[in-house]
Design a protein around this ligand. Structure first.
Ligand SMILES: Cc1cc2nc3c(=O)[nH]c(=O)nc-3n(C[C@H](O)[C@H](O)[C@H](O)COP(=O)(O)OP(=O)(O)OC[C@H]3O[C@@H](n4cnc5c(N)ncnc54)[C@H](O)[C@@H]3O)c2cc1C
Ligand code: FES
Ligand code: FES
Length: 501
């Protein structure tokens, strides 16, 4: 409160929602904090350019831009799904919708590019695609063709066909015009997200210090945490179940940390797109997995902590982080404790978190260049799909070609992400050869009894898991170790696709 007083009288009470919409600051004190930004834009503001398709983050029709701090710390436009954003998630932030793009008589370059490329037919998907292209217009890091696929894979179009849309993206991406949107950025930096509303049986709090967090938790020990909302908001938009007490951890700046070191710290509140940038040179297997993780709009909101704390057996970060020897850092009022990440998962969608305890982040040892490590995701569709089987693998091999360390972790094979203990034991102390890998692949039959579902039968999953180990040997039998190839089409690379740099 003292800090708010220092900031002056102009701040509204903490129970007021306040954000900037298309250049105008808006204050709302009567709306349920679990109202989605999409419903607000359409029903309250009449901004119906932002469409609803799926209400679950899959189609991109609801894409809007929010200003966030970019990788270099400078504010940047980020396309996000308005259907998954609860209003307090834009507290203190600048939101741009498709209605604001036209400046006077001039359409935005993203709109012009779509028109010139004939990228729209029925037009339902078009505003969302334009907002993804709006972000792309100002990206300085769009250098490779695959990055355009990544930029666009969260936007579905039923009728136009993707070639004209891709042509539009190629025309506009990274052009960085010096226009009014760029001029507005320095003054659009996100401000405090502090928020506290408790009425009609509904609590939503965004603390900005740990003291505030512990105090709210003492009063409401059963409150649920939320950060990006890309898992939790679906309960509201798809199951119509509104959690009565929510605490957003997004206002705790310490949780956003991504710190390089002999042990890297990946803060639980770091977004997946921030982690994608951070891991490119430091943790290539994590970077590779994130290429196939959801879509850019989701990666701008989804967080490291959200992915780990849902404890889904098909979550994509757990296998790769467990294989890299990650440690979970947990904090409560009583202090901090550390757990090997594999011990953090205690059962199907269960974690070792105790009541009133949060995940601060994970510590991941830096990868020596001699370590062989990779991550794999197998899904029915390449982009924006859920894993049938996923894996993170790491081996260290001595100068005499003997395996001295093996960590093989699999998703989709059991109720939790699990290490293949029998396969690891079969490798340890053996020469790193195809014959040893074959024995380990067979030993893996004792590690898992996967289930059959619509993503894959049990025999299919067992075969895929064993084949991923064989593929890992094939891929990592080259030196130096492979990187994500620019035009790659799968997480399993063939020798020809492996890039050495
Ligand atoms: C369209 C779509 C595609 C997706 N694709 C993928 C995919 O390819 N791979 C994949 O693995 N996942 C995927 N997801 C799931 C989701 O995006 C990720 O799990 C994401 O990392 C969740 O992060 P979040 O911050 O949004 O979590 P939230 O929804 O905010 O929270 C999720 C859960 O974690 C808890 N939690 C969050 N942070 C903490 C913390 N610090 N301490 C304690 N508890 C915490 C919350 O209480 C909540 O129960 C997808 C989701 C959508 C909607
Ligand atoms: S409505 Fe489909 S992603 Fe939001
Ligand atoms: S133009 Fe009809 S869905 Fe894309």
């Amino acid at each position: 409160m003292a800090r708010r007083a220092q900031l002056g009288q102009s701040l509204p009470p903490m129970n007021t929602l306040r954000f900037n919409l298309n250049g105008q600051w808006i204050e709302e004190s009567g709306l349920a904090p679990t109202t989605t930004l999409l419903r607000y834009l359409r029903d309250v503001r009449g901004l119906t350019g932002t469409k609803e398709g799926c209400a679950e983050g899959d189609c991109g029709a609801c894409s809007v831009a929010v200003v966030e701090n970019g990788p270099d710390g400078a504010p940047a436009y980020r396309a996000v799904n308005a259907c998954l954003l609860l209003l307090p998630m834009v507290q203190g932030k600048h939101v741009v919708t498709v209605e604001a793009l036209k400046q006077g008589e001039a359409y935005h370059p993203a709109q012009q590019a779509m028109a010139a490329a004939l990228g729209s037919q029925c037009g339902y998907c078009t505003p969302g695609i334009v907002m993804s292209l709006f972000e792309a217009t100002y990206r300085k890091d769009l250098k490779q063709p695959w990055q355009l696929d990544d930029q666009l894979c969260g936007n579905l179009c039923r009728c136009t066909g993707y070639r004209p849309i891709r042509d539009a993206a190629t025309a506009v991406a990274g052009t960085c015009p010096k226009d009014a949107f760029v001029a507005a950025l320095p003054a659009s930096r996100p401000t405090s997200m502090a928020f506290h509303r408790e009425d009609e049986g509904q609590l939503f709090v965004t603390p900005t210090t740990f003291d505030e967090l512990w105090a709210v938790l003492d009063e409401h020990p059963d409150a649920r945490f939320v950060v990006g909302g890309t898992d939790l908001s679906l309960e509201i938009t798809k199951r119509f179940q509104v959690p009565p007490r929510l605490i957003s951890l997004e206002g705790l700046s310490e949780l956003h940390t991504l710190r390089e070191g002999a042990t890297h710290l990946l803060g639980s509140g770091a977004t997946l797109s921030e982690l994608e940038d951070f891991s490119a040179a430091r943790l290539p297997p994590v970077h590779r997995m994130l290429r196939y993780f959801a879509a850019r709009q989701i990666k701008h909101r989804g967080t490291v902590g959200g992915n780990l704390c849902t404890a889904s057996p098909i979550g994509d970060l757990p296998p790769v982080l467990i294989s890299l020897g990650a440690t979970a850092v947990l904090r409560s009022r009583r202090g901090e404790r550390r757990l090997a990440l594999e011990d953090f998962f205690t059962g199907y969608r269960k974690t070792a978190l105790e009541p009133k305890e949060v995940l601060i982040g994970v510590e991941v040892p830096a990868l020596p260049p001699t370590t062989r490590a990779a991550a794999y995701k197998v899904s029915k569709r390449r982009e924006l799909d859920i894993s049938a089987v996923s894996a993170g693998m790491l081996v260290e091999v001595s100068a005499a070609n003997v395996v001295t360390r093996a960590r093989l972790a699999f998703g989709g094979m059991a109720a939790t992400t699990k290490r293949a203990a029998h396969a690891e034991a079969a490798l340890l102390g053996q020469a790193w050869t195809e014959a040893a890998v074959e024995l380990a692949a067979k030993a893996m039959a004792n590690d898992f009894t996967p289930m059959s579902d619509h993503r894959g039968s049990a025999p299919y999953r067992s075969l895929v898991a064993a084949n991923l180990l064989r593929g890992f040997f094939d891929e990592t039998s080259v030196t130096p170790q492979p990187r994500l190839a620019p035009g790659h089409a799968a997480t399993v690379l063939t020798h020809e696709e492996v890039r050495h740099d």
